[in-house]
Design a protein around this ligand. Sequence first.
Ligand code: TYC
Length: 103
Amino acid sequence: MANTKHRENTVLENQTDKPKPPSLYKVMLLNDDYTPMEFVVEVIQRFFNKTREQATQIMLKVHTEGAGICGVYPHGIAETKVNQVLGHAREHHHPLQCAMEEV
Ligand code: TYC
């Protein structure tokens, strides 16, 4: 048994349970034929905290190879990044797609 229940509602982990590091997810942009390159560079700078030079390199990788990694994060942060990018792209009527995948 992994856990021990105490006084109705308190669960303590037993010492034998190995603490697991959080799973990590890569957040990727996907290429399309319509989103302007400048918009993609600005998205990468804004949401992934990259310099203009780093963002341009990532954008060109996505453009030539079909997809590229913008960053690696724990699940909740990766999910937030994906939703921020998709929301921002939609607001600007661009079809830019963003996805996350466990590393
Ligand atoms: N292929 C787009 C163009 O030629 C540029 C682009 C790059 C779009 C990266 C999406 O994730 C993307 N305008």
